[in-house]
Design a protein around this ligand. Structure first.
Ligand SMILES: Nc1nc2c(ncn2[C@@H]2O[C@H](COP(=O)(O)OP(=O)(O)O)[C@@H](O)[C@H]2O)c(=O)[nH]1
Ligand SMILES: [Mg+2]
Length: 255
């Protein structure tokens, strides 16, 4: 039997949060707990989260950050709390449930069947027979960014930015979240750059052999995103900062 803790960053999500979905999912998945990080929300989010905490007898639990710190820091704090409980798996999942919670079982199966994997990443690949709903503009802008991220990392990763990721618990994963991220916009890429750095300096399997991208069966862009067009420029700037700090491609070639 395994235990999974999912971190859900929440910043002013009162309009989008669907508490009944979380409650139903926890009822049908007794091995899962969900840690919501309330990132200094100023709307009714804290009330909704507290209510869920009560209804689920703490299997949905809440950590509140005193002030808004951004998704990267919220996820990082949540992952530290989650990993301190030594779950089999810990991951993070967008509060809008663009990736439905039902997909978690697929992620767990990927890690459960392959002991050598550290991380399963949701991947929004448009394939026939799947329902991946994303506006064409966001799809193409996202593809440009994802391609730049892949080239910078030197890894054949298709979609670094999907909000659903599951890690195997343990010391290496703890180290990936130990220090604050440079980038509040593209910390997912920074996690991968950190892994490349860690493996290059301390050995271990090739990073390529430790990651598994899982093409999602279903993904829906949920209206009300806080990501704005100007964030694309910030994301590219942050990509350059990550490159300067970690130089992941050079490390991979040497390793
Ligand atoms: N903690 C925190 N979470 C955020 C912030 N902005 C977005 N999020 C969370 O990040 C996730 C995805 O946000 P969303 O606006 O849907 O972004 P998109 O799906 O990438 O367009 C959700 O769980 C949000 O609550 C923020 O400033 N702080
Ligand atoms: Mg979203």
């Amino acid at each position: 039997v395994h235990e999974t803790i999912l971190v859900v960053p929440c910043y002013n999500e009162a309009g989008r949060l669907r508490p009944e979905r979380f409650e139903d999912f926890l009822t049908s998945s007794p091995h899962v707990r969900i840690l919501a990080i309330d990132d200094g929300s100023t709307d009714r989010t804290p009330d909704l989260l507290r209510e869920l905490e009560k209804r689920t007898h703490g299997r949905f639990f809440v950590q509140r950050l005193a002030q808004n710190s951004g998704k990267a820091e919220a996820v990082r704090q949540g992952m530290r709390t989650a990993l301190a409980e030594h779950p089999t798996y810990a991951g993070y999942w967008d509060a809008d449930l663009a990736t439905p919670l039902e997909a978690l079982a697929d992620f767990e199966r990927v890690l459960g069947d392959r002991d050598h994997l550290l991380l399963a990443l949701g991947s929004r690949v448009l394939l026939m027979g799947r329902t991946i709903h994303r506006s064409p503009l966001r799809h193409y802008v996202g593809r440009v960014f994802a391609t730049a991220a892949s080239l910078m990392l030197g890894l054949p990763v298709y979609d670094t930015q999907c909000g659903a990721k599951l890690f195997r618990g343990g010391e290496e994963t703890e180290r990936l979240f130990a220090e604050p991220f440079l980038s509040s916009w593209v910390f997912d890429v920074e996690v991968l750059a950190r892994l490349v750095e860690l493996r290059a300096t301390e050995g271990g399997d090739r990073v390529e052999d430790s990651l598994y991208e899982l093409p999602l069966r279903s993904w829906h862009d949920v209206p009300g995103s806080k990501v704005r067009p100007r964030d694309f420029a910030r994301a590219l700037r942050d990509l350059a900062r990550i490159h300067r700090r970690y130089r992941p491609r050079a490390r991979l070639r040497r390793g």
